[in-house]
Structure formats: structure tokens, C-alpha cells
Design a protein around this ligand. Structure first.
Ligand SMILES: NC(=O)C1=CN([C@@H]2O[C@H](COP(=O)(O)OP(=O)(O)OC[C@H]3O[C@@H](n4cnc5c(N)ncnc54)[C@H](OP(=O)(O)O)[C@@H]3O)[C@@H](O)[C@H]2O)C=CC1
Ligand SMILES: O=C[C@H](O)[C@@H](O)[C@@H](O)[C@H](O)C(=O)O
Length: 310
């Protein structure tokens, strides 16, 4: 099942499982990438903001040189960081240079906002009071227009968004000449974001689920329904959390720099209708109790339109 692919609205095949690289430490991520490609992963999720694209690129190069995989067989994703959303072409070029590639398969708007491109830091400019230096007059639709222009350059095969709520998508879609191929969002049974998933499905926008384990340390491993289903199938809770996305028709990104876990995370299981119901019931219960959990919400001080955060 880990070799499954989905079709994007561009006609490209996108793997159902990818390796995440956020917080993958220097000194570890090159080997993690090589190991993942050897283990059969065919999607690597990167971002300029992660500060490790040069080392991810070394891993890719090593895998190409060793004949583990060819460039055209790996789906490489990267994202324009918030200080470059008024300079998307430059943002893409910087990622390509760091990765050592001449194109990526998918380029995403990492977050729908602009941070001061002339601020006091390349990635995290701050105001004297310590808050992030955000250009609040910027319209995220303008960023999308720049993204659209990048497709013709051949430097990215597809474009998409990330961290787009229903409200933001509804603002964007009437102006989009190219419908985003993907919306990459936090997604797991404790944050199903069904309203976004449904809207994306209606518009043929593929979901890439991030932080499927609850991000750092995998806080969702101990959730009761997850443990119950894992015991039933004789697998680890991580396998249940990753497999949850396959019947939803979504790609799932699992980050690890630990060789055994990278391999282990390829062992997806076929969840049956009872398992899916148990997880969905848990999501419904969390929704009713107001206990949904968003693990990734950086301190931008911007209302992105997520119902659990506005
Ligand atoms: N677009 C966006 O804004 C965002 C995108 N992402 C993308 O999604 C990816 C995945 O999300 P992320 O937030 O990193 O978190 P994940 O939900 O993938 O969890 C990663 C954590 O789980 C641990 N882990 C991984 N596999 C196992 C396992 N089998 N058993 C036990 N522990 C395990 C990892 O440890 P270790 O590495 O030490 O093994 C790490 O601490 C990111 O890396 C990034 O590529 C993530 C957040 C936001
Ligand atoms: O992709 C992962 C996340 O979005 C990450 O890029 C942000 O959380 C960033 O560290 C920030 O603090 O704004």
C-alpha cells in the first residue's frame, strides 16, 4: 500500500506516502533521505524555511549517483517561505539552488501571508517588540498570481498551497487561472479539518496531510482508539495514524530521521470500515467537546480562518 499513488489535477501521479523533513537536523537529514529512497519512498517534502534543503539535496544526489533512484522517479516538493511570497520566483530559485535541482515536482505557498522581505532576518524578521514582522496589506491572491507564472518556466511541474482554510480557499479560487494541485494541511483524527478536505475534493485539490503523528514526539500514539486499532491489526499506533489518510484519498507525510522508523512507517495497513468509523467517531466526539488539537500554529498573529483558531 505504501507504493500507492494518487492523481493530481495536473495529471501527475503523487505518492500516497512521503518523507517529511521539517526539524530534520543537519547531520542526519542527508542519511534519512538516502535511507528513505532505498526503503522505497518516492516523495520528499522540503521547504526553504526548514533551513536544510542543501543537505536534503546532498541526499538526493547521493541516491541518484548510487543508482537507487532516478530524478524523474522522485516527487520533490518545496515551499515558498513567507518572506518570499512577494518574490516567488526568487524563493523557488533559492530552493532549487540549495537542493541542487533544476526543477521541483510541486511548489507550494507555505503560509498565506507576507513577512517583511526587508526585515531584520531572512526567514523570521521581527519587530522591536518581538512580534513577527508581517506586511498586513499583502493579499495572498497576489502571491498565487506569481505562482501561476512559475509553471511556464518549467522550474516546477505543479503549484499548490499549504495551510489554506476554507475561507482562504474561497477567496482564492474565483481568481485562480490554475487551480492549486494540492493543499497541504495539518490532518489527523484529532484535527480532521473535514470542511477543508471536502471543499478541496469538490475542486480537485489533493490533500497532503502533515503532522499525522501529532508532530514532534508523536503525541497521538497513546490515543485510545488508535491503540485499540493498532492492537487489533498487530501493528504500532504510528501505522494506524499514517494509514488513516489512504481511504481519505490523501497523501501523508511522515517525518523521521531514525532509520528503523523510516522503514517502519512504510508498513501501512488496510483499515476496515469499523476502524474508520472508530476514528471518525473519535473526531466527532473531540469536535463536540471542543477538544480538537492543532499541533502546528506558528505565532504569526494572523487569523487564517481555521474554525478551531479564529
Ligand atoms: N506545510 C506545513 O506548514 C507543514 C508541513 N509539515 C510537513 O509534514 C511533515 C510531517 O510532519 P511533522 O510535524 O514533522 O510530524 P510527524 O507527525 O511526522 O511526527 C514526527 C515525529 O514523530 C517521530 N516518529 C516518526 N515516526 C515514528 C515512529 N514510527 N515511531 C515513533 N516515533 C516516530 C519523529 O521522530 P524522529 O525523527 O526522531 O524519528 C518526530 O518526532 C514535516 O516533516 C513536513 O515535511 C509539517 C508541519 C507543517
Ligand atoms: O512546515 C512546518 C511549519 O509550518 C513551520 O515551517 C513553521 O511552523 C515555522 O517553523 C514557523 O515557526 O513559522
Amino acid at each position: 500500500m505504501a507504493n500507492k499513488t494518487f492523481k493530481l489535477n495536473t495529471g501527475q501521479d503523487i505518492p500516497a506516502l512521503g518523507l517529511g523533513t521539517w526539524q530534520s537536523e543537519p547531520g542526519k537529514v542527508r542519511e534519512a533521505v538516502v535511507h528513505a529512497l532505498k526503503a522505497g519512498y518516492r516523495l520528499i517534502d522540503c521547504a526553504y524555511c526548514y533551513g536544510n534543503e542543501a543537505e536534503v539535496g546532498e541526499g538526493l544526489r547521493e541516491a541518484f549517483e548510487q543508482g537507487i533512484v532516478k530524478r524523474e522517479d522522485v516527487f520533490v516538493v518545496t515551499k515558498v517561505w513567507a518572506t518570499y511570497t512577494s518574490r516567488c520566483a526568487l524563493g523557488l530559485q533559492k530552493s532549487l539552488d540549495a537542493l541542487g535541482l533544476d526543477y521541483v515536482d510541486l511548489f507550494l505557498v507555505h503560509w498565506p501571508l507576507l513577512m517583511n522581505p526587508e526585515g531584520n532576518d531572512d526567514r523570521f524578521p521581527k519587530l522591536p517588540n518581538g512580534e513577527r514582522d508581517i506586511i498586513r496589506s499583502h493579499n495572498h491572491v497576489d502571491t498565487w498570481k506569481q505562482m501561476e507564472a512559475l509553471v511556464a518556466t518549467g522550474k516546477t511541474k505543479a503549484i499548490g498551497v499549504s495551510n489554506y482554510s476554507k475561507r482562504y480557499l474561497e477567496q482564492l479560487l474565483p481568481h485562480a487561472t490554475i487551480v492549486p494541485a494540492v493543499n497541504q494541511i495539518e490532518n489527523h483524527p484529532a484535527l480532521p479539518q473535514q470542511e477543508i478536505v471536502d471543499l478541496c475534493k469538490e475542486n480537485k485539490i489533493h490533500i497532503m496531510a502533515y503532522s499525522p503523528l501529532g508532530s514532534t514526539g508523536g503525541p497521538l500514539f497513546t490515543a485510545e482508539p488508535v491503540v485499540k486499532i493498532a492492537e487489533k491489526h498487530g501493528v504500532k499506533p504510528s501505522a494506524v495514524l499514517l494509514s488513516y489518510h489512504i481511504p481519505r484519498g490523501s497523501t501523508v507525510l511522515a517525518k523521521s530521521v531514525t532509520p528503523e522508523r523510516i522503514v517502519e512507517n512504510r508498513n501501512l495497513v488496510d483499515l476496515d470500515a469499523d476502524d474508520v468509523k472508530l476514528l471518525n467517531d473519535w473526531s466527532d466526539q473531540l469536535t463536540k467537546e471542543g477538544k480538537l488539537t492543532r499541533f502546528v500554529y506558528p505565532p504569526f498573529g494572523v487569523d487564517f480562518g481555521f474554525p478551531d483558531k479564529s
